[in-house]
Design a protein around this ligand. Structure first.
Ligand SMILES: Cc1cc2nc3c(=O)[nH]c(=O)nc-3n(C[C@H](O)[C@H](O)[C@H](O)COP(=O)(O)OP(=O)(O)OC[C@H]3O[C@@H](n4cnc5c(N)ncnc54)[C@H](O)[C@@H]3O)c2cc1C
Length: 397
C-alpha cells in the first residue's frame, strides 16, 4: 500500500512537472504540503502521530520517490533522516515539541550542515566552532553543499566545542547566520544546494541537541539517510530501465523491426533488470535486518555503494538505447544520469563506502596514507565521514 500510494503520487504529481523544475533549477515546493499529508516526512518515527513504518516500507517510499527524481528523494531524506531523526533521537522535549510536528507537515523545512569547503569525506577535520559566551553559544565557520540550506527554517549544524563535536539547531533569521545558493549545478537541479555561513552567530544555550556527544551522532544520522539512498538508487534505475524497455519496443530501425529485437539491445535490458532485481533483494534484506535491530553501518555501505552504482550504469545503458533521444529531457533518462552523479558522491562517496567495507572484511582501516593504515586498530587519527560510521559500530573512535 505504501509503495502504491507513493507511486501514484509520483506518477500524478511529480512526473508532470519535474522536467520543468530540472530545467529551471527549482525545488518543487508546491509538492511539500501533499508530501506532509502523505506522511512522507519522518515516516519511520512512531511519535507525534507519525506512522512509525518499518524499514522495508520506509525504503519503498524512497524507491518510489527516486523513480520520480533524486532531488525530490533528497528533500525527503534530509527532512526525515538528517533533521527529524536527530531532533527526535538527540533533542530535548522542548526541541521535539517545537519542530517535529511542523517538520512532519512540511510547514517547516530543515537542513543538515556537516560538510565544509575543506572537509567532505573527512568531516572529523571540521573548522566550524561553537564556544560558550555567558549562557549562549557562538558559532563561527561555514558549511558547503547543504541540501535545502536557503529554504530551511531550521538547520542542524555540527560544530566543534571544547568537549567534542555537537549538534546545534540554528533558526532562519538568526543574526550572523547567512545562506546562499550554489549555482551552476548540472546535477540535482530540482533540489536546492547551499552554503551556510556563521559569523559571531549567537544562539541560545538550549539550542544544542543535548543527546549529542560526538561526531558519531552525525554519522548515525547519515546511516539513516544512506539506508534510504540504497533504496532510492534502485528507484532511479527502475525508471531508466522501464523507459529504455518501452523505447526499444517502439523504436523501429532496419526492415521495420523494433530495436528490441537485436541481441545487443536485449543484453543491455537484461543486464539492467538483473542488477535491479539483485539490488531490490539486497534492499529487502537490509530492511529486514533494520527491523530486527541487526543492521550494521557496513551493511548500509554495501547497499548504498552497490545500488547507486547500478543506477549509474543503468542510466548509461538506457541513454545508449535511446540514441539521440537519450540526451534530451523529453525522456527522464538524461536527468537521472546527471542526478546520479551527486548521489554517487554524497552521503559517503562510492570509494569511501568501499573502504568501509574493506575495513569490515579485513579489520584494517585504509582511509589514511599507507603508513597510517598499518597502525593498530584504535590508534587512527580523527574519524572520517566513512570510518567513523564503522568506528561507531565497532567502538573504535
Ligand atoms: C548535491 C549535493 C548535496 C549535498 N548535500 C549535503 C547536505 O545536505 N549536508 C552535508 O553535510 N553535505 C552534503 N553534501 C556533501 C557531500 O556529502 C560531500 O560532497 C561528500 O561527502 C564528498 O565530499 P567532497 O565533495 O568534499 O569530496 P572529497 O572528500 O574531497 O573527495 C574527493 C575524491 O577523493 C576521494 N577520497 C577522499 N578521501 C579518500 C580516501 N581516504 N581514500 C580514497 N579516496 C578518497 C573521494 O572518494 C572522491 O572521489 C552534498 C553534496 C552534493 C553534491
Amino acid at each position: 500500500m505504501v509503495r502504491d500510494t507513493v507511486r501514484a503520487f509520483v506518477d500524478e504529481k511529480v512526473k508532470p512537472i519535474i522536467e520543468e523544475c530540472h530545467r529551471a533549477g527549482r525545488t518543487p515546493l508546491e509538492l511539500v504540503p501533499e508530501m506532509g499529508r502523505l506522511n512522507l516526512f519522518g515516516a519511520s518515527i512512531a511519535d507525534y502521530g507519525l506512522p512509525g513504518l518499518g524499514g522495508v516500507a520506509y525504503g519503498l517510499i524512497m524507491q518510489e520517490l527516486e523513480r520520480g527524481d533524486s532531488g525530490l528523494r533528497s528533500f525527503v531524506s534530509v527532512q526525515s533522516g538528517l533533521v527529524m531523526y536527530p531532533i527526535h533521537a538527540f533533542g530535548s522535549r522542548e526541541q521535539k515539541d517545537r519542530w517535529i510536528p511542523r517538520l512532519a507537515t512540511g510547514e517547516a523545512i530543515g537542513c543538515f550542515g556537516l560538510t565544509e569547503p575543506d572537509f567532505g569525506s573527512n568531516p572529523g577535520g571540521m573548522r566550524t566552532t561553537a564556544r560558550r559566551q555567558g549562557g549562549d553559544w557562538v558559532l563561527d565557520g561555514s558549511k558547503q553543499w547543504i541540501t535545502n540550506g536557503t529554504l530551511a527554517d531550521v538547520a542542524v549544524v555540527w560544530a566543534r566545542t571544547d568537549s567534542g563535536v555537537r549538534g546545534f539547531l540554528v533558526e532562519k533569521g538568526t543574526p550572523g547566520f547567512t545562506s546562499t545558493d550554489q549555482h551552476g549545478k548540472f546535477s540535482l537541479r530540482a533540489s536546492t544546494t547551499s552554503e551556510l555561513g556563521f559569523h559571531d552567530c549567537r544562539i541560545p544555550g538550549d539550542a544544542m541537541l543535548p543527546g549529542t556527544t560526538g561526531l558519531k551522532n552525525a554519522l548515525m544520522c547519515l546511516n539513516q539517510a544512506r539506508y534510504g539512498i540504497a533504496w532510492g538508487g534502485i528507484g532511479s534505475a527502475m525508471e531508466c530501465y522501464h523507459t529504455a524497455l518501452e523505447y526499444a519496443k517502439q523504436r523501429v530501425q532496419w526492415n521495420g523491426q523494433p530495436i528490441a529485437c537485436h541481441q545487443l539491445v536485449q543484453e543491455k535490458l537484461v543486464w539492467m533488470v538483473s542488477e535491479i532485481t539483485k539490488g531490490q533483494l539486497l534492499n529487502l534484506q537490509l530492511g529486514r535486518l533494520k527491523d530486527s535491530g541487526r543492521l550494521a553501518p557496513h551493511h548500509v555501505s554495501l547497499g548504498k555503494r552497490n545500488n547507486v552504482w547500478v543506477a549509474r550504469e543503468c542510466a548509461k545503458l538506457a541513454r545508449e538505447v535511446l540514441g539521440a533521444n537519450g540526451i534530451v529531457d523529453d525522456f527522464p533518462v538524461i536527468r537521472h544520469m546527471l542526478n546520479i552523479e551527486s548521489v554517487y558522491t554524497y552521503e559517503g562517496t562510492h570509494d569511501i563506502h568501499g573502504l568501509i567495507l574493506g575495513e569490515a572484511i579485513t579489520g584494517i582501516p585504509a582511509f589514511n596514507a599507507p603508513q597510517a593504515a598499518a597502525a593498530p586498530r584504535g590508534s587512527a587519527p580523527a574519524p572520517t565521514q566513512a570510518n567513523a560510521a564503522a568506528a561507531a559500530a565497532s567502538g573504535v573512535r
